[in-house]
Design a protein around this ligand. Structure first.
Ligand code: AMP
Length: 443
């Protein structure tokens, strides 16, 4: 390999991550891992299997599935031409990919429904702020095929709430709504009624909402603009426009939720931003997030697989915003007490043993001890060069170690090691074989 030429000084600039994109660092990543492990566990108990999806797909997949007129597709996608000039996009969401994979892998031949979940980064070029990033992470699940019994909707929501419970996310509120049947049925009637009502108040609305009267009137209901709130409250509600089938379906979903002890609130303004939703929609908000307080959104999308060229297939799913979930857990931990640090992953104290060694013989023993302790599952720091004990203990403290294992030539000669508990300064002398048991018992 030829060496790169040394850049001119003005080119030796420091790089920064792209706006709206960030590094996730330890110890916070401990919390991310805990959340993801819990998702794997809880979703498995509901019979879901993990699907790993590509991060980029043909642009057309998202345009067709999510809707070419939606903000996500028309303004926020990272799209580029591949070398063969096909247009490719970084995925802004994963439901379209799950449906594509369901069709492509012939999953309609499997016993239905097929229950899948995924985790990973999504990309949207939104205006960055707290809880809103251009690369963000979602944990999502989808149920495809196997009918549209209201019990399916309720069980998906129940799983979601069970997951939030398991990770101790507090201050959540579940909102549900039904947005009716797609296109030519009751939804179309409602959209026209809404459009007419919006025309009547057009002058009082902001520019975005004015534009949406033509492109996507339902989205006006999503508006957070203070000056529009009172006007929106006067608009017609979809619940007064549902057809008989949708009304019965919505009532059944709510009673299935009640049967499962899932507490919900109804929110007639919950329409969701993506085109593919129909009937059941839901959203969960959590504490400590400011204006971006939705940690999860989801709903039913019965026509989507067919729209992507597959057989008629019912579908429902959700996506949790993992970045916001983590923020809310951290805020919750701050609000309770400092000891909650640990559970929120903000503590440095994941290191168990710092080995303070001195001397050639002690070093060989320290290397062996580190290997044995790590094999037993403890986190161990073995300094690469000898230090004075005082300095070593100071370093152990800074790193947040729970114990310091003191190994000098005397300890090694005696075969009795000194273990110091750093929180209270107590010391015990232990023979090597007793060390692991002692540590297990004291943690
Ligand atoms: P959506 O796919 O738009 O239904 O979003 C589902 C969830 O993903 C939302 O409730 C948010 O928690 C999260 N989310 C969406 N967009 C972003 C973003 N730009 N940054 C962080 N989280 C996001």
């Amino acid at each position: 390999m030829s060496e790169a030429p040394t850049p001119a000084p003005e080119k030796r600039r420091r790089f920064q991550a792209i706006k709206g994109v960030r590094d996730l660092l330890p110890p916070e990543t401990t919390l991310w891992n805990r959340v993801e492990q819990t998702a794997h566990q809880v979703f498995a108990t509901f019979g879901f299997g993990e699907i790993r999806l590509p991060i980029f797909e043909p642009t057309e997949l998202f345009a067709r599935a999510v809707g070419a007129d939606t903000d996500v597709v028309s303004k926020e996608m990272y799209s580029f031409d591949d070398r063969d000039e096909t247009s490719i996009s970084l995925r802004p969401e994963a439901t379209a990919s799950v449906c594509r994979a369901y069709i492509e892998n012939g999953m309609q031949q499997l016993p239905q429904p097929v229950k899948l979940y995924y985790l990973g980064p999504m990309f949207r070029r939104e205006r960055p702020q707290k809880g809103r990033y251009r690369q963000f992470y979602q944990i999502g699940a989808e149920v495809l095929g196997g009918g549209d019994a209201p019990a399916i909707d309720a069980e998906v929501i129940q799983m979601l709430m069970a997951f939030f419970d398991k990770i101790n996310l507090s201050g959540t509120t579940l909102y549900v709504n039904s947005i009716g049947h797609s296109a030519d049925s009751c939804r179309r009637g409602y959209v026209e009624t809404l459009r007419t009502a919006l025309q009547g108040v057009k002058e009082k609305l902001g520019a975005d909402s004015q534009r949406r009267i033509d492109t996507n009137p339902l989205r006006v209901l999503d508006s957070k603009l203070e000056s529009e709130q009172a006007i929106i409250e006067t608009l017609p509600h979809i619940s007064d426009h549902l057809c008989d089938d949708c009304r019965v379906n919505y009532a059944a979903v709510k009673s299935e939720l009640e049967l499962r002890g899932v507490i919900y609130k109804e929110n007639w303004r919950l329409v969701r931003g993506l085109d593919y939703y129909m009937r059941t929609t839901f959203e969960i908000t959590a504490q400590g997030l400011g204006s971006q307080n939705a940690v999860c959104g989801g709903g039913r999308y019965d026509g989507l697989v067919e729209l992507l060229g597959g057989p008629p297939t019912k579908g429902i799913g959700f996506a949790i915003g993992e970045d916001r979930l983590i923020l809310s857990l951290q805020e919750g931990a701050k609000a309770t007490d400092a000891s909650a640090e640990q559970s929120a992953g903000t503590s440095l104290r994941s290191l168990t043993v710092y080995i303070a060694w001195m001397g050639e013989r002690a070093y060989a023993t320290a290397v062996r001890a580190a290997k044995d302790l790590r094999n037993a599952g403890f986190s161990v720091e073995l300094p690469p060069v000898a230090q004075k004990f005082g300095k070593a203990l100071g370093q152990a403290d800074k790193l947040g170690a729970k114990f310091a294992l003191i190994l000098g030539d005397n300890e090694v000669a005696e075969g009795l090691w000194t273990l110091k508990t750093l929180s209270d300064g107590t010391q015990s002398k232990l023979a090597e074989p007793a060390l692991i048991e002692h540590l297990r018992a004291s943690i």
